[in-house]
Design a protein around this ligand. Structure first.
Ligand code: MN3
Length: 253
């Protein structure tokens, strides 16, 4: 079997959930298998990180997020991070395609890996956090955990909104499962994320909200709070719940 055949075969096997030795093309997150988390970092057969398909049209999130904002955000900003992330990896001679391993050691790499790698991953999660069929509130285990750790779903939502609204400058607000196994709301500056070794609080991201001005300025101008209020009409709780289940499972390994 030549190298190309081996790599192709490995990708197929990886999708079936077999754990393989570390492969150059393994850009999935830690565990192989058909997981929601695997959609957050995708590679082609050459091991180049690619931008996952959006999954809905640019206009699908209207009236909460307008089509032009979505198009510029996905096709320009996010595409740019993706391109520059791959260039930065090449530049540093990194032979690491597991994005979680890159983030776990990101303080040892150049700023271009940190900023563009974060920009690549963070937006992958953001697009998945939202859906035209989203909104409402979660059910089941995730709802129970939110109630346990925040008092109620409404209190969680208020805390995440305030965290996003009060973040100074550009960055992200997150719901994470922290290392103690507790749900926590955190923010990160710029394109940092809670998987990075230099994050103030580390944990597994379950959902995020982009509060860079490019995420809302065309429609909401400086009214960040109005954008955040509208965001809750879009949250795909099925996806967030699937990530929560996977984060719990991996924390028990
Ligand atoms: Mn953005």
């Amino acid at each position: 079997m030549n190298k190309r055949e081996f790599l192709k075969k490995s990708v197929v096997l990886g999708g079936a959930g077999l754990v393989l030795p570390s492969l150059a093309t393994s850009c999935m997150t830690n565990t192989a298998g058909p997981r929601a988390g695997a959609s957050l970092a995708v590679c082609d057969s050459e091991g180049v990180f690619t931008q996952p398909a959006l999954g809905y049209g640019f206009a699908a999130l209207e009236p909460h997020i307008d089509a032009l904002t979505m198009e510029l955000h996905y096709a320009r900003h996010h595409a740019g991070y993706t391109r520059k992330f791959n260039a930065a990896i090449k530049e540093e001679g990194l032979h690491l395609n597991d994005i979680e391993k890159i983030f776990a050691g990101v303080s040892g790499f150049g700023a271009a890996v940190r900023n563009n790698g974060g920009g690549y991953y963070n937006h992958n999660l953001y697009w998945k956090t939202m859906s035209p069929d989203g909104g409402g509130k979660p059910e089941g285990e995730l709802l129970a955990a939110l109630e346990k750790d925040f008092g109620s779903f409404e209190e969680f939502r208020a805390l995440m909104s305030t965290t996003a609204a009060s973040l100074f400058g550009s960055g992200w607000a997150w719901l994470i499962l922290n290392r103690e196994g507790t749900l926590q709301v955190v923010s990160t500056p710029n394109q940092d994320n809670p998987l990075m070794d230099l994050a103030q609080v580390q944990g597994r991201p379950l959902m995020n909200i982009d509060v860079w001005e490019h995420a809302y300025y065309l429609n909401y101008q400086n009214a960040r709070k109005a954008y955040i209020d509208a965001f809750w009409n879009l949250v795909d709780w099925d996806f967030v719940s699937a990530l929560y289940d996977e984060a719990l499972a991996s924390s028990r390994q």
